[in-house]
Design a protein around this ligand. Structure first.
Ligand code: ZN
Ligand code: ZN
Length: 97
């Protein structure tokens, strides 16, 4: 069934959480950026507003523990795989973007 790398998430990197309710998504370290990211469990580009809000909340919990409150931003730009919804939590001091 896998259509892209985000459909076939491999456990190369630490997983923080894998949700099945209220919808499927996973929070894990991105193996190219080395920052936490949330990946929707379905191959589509756009989440619903509810999905987006829930993913941001859950990813923010992980990012707060890792970087500290207010020390990260949620980056919803999908550079490498634009057709599968995902978002990164990046430390504010991130330089490469
Ligand atoms: Zn996909
Ligand atoms: Zn990344």
């Amino acid at each position: 069934m896998g259509k892209c790398d985000l459909c076939e998430l491999k456990e190369y990197t630490p997983w923080y959480a894998s949700f099945t309710q209220p919808f499927k998504f996973t929070i894990l370290d991105c193996d190219s950026c080395d920052t936490p990211m949330a990946v929707l469990g379905a191959h589509r580009a756009a989440p619903t507003d509810e999905e987006r809000a829930f993913m941001i909340d859950a990813l923010s919990l992980v990012a707060r523990a890792k970087y500290g409150a207010d020390e990260f931003i949620i980056d919803g730009v999908m550079r490498q795989i634009p057709d599968h919804c995902h978002m990164h939590a990046r430390p504010k001091r991130w330089r490469n973007w």
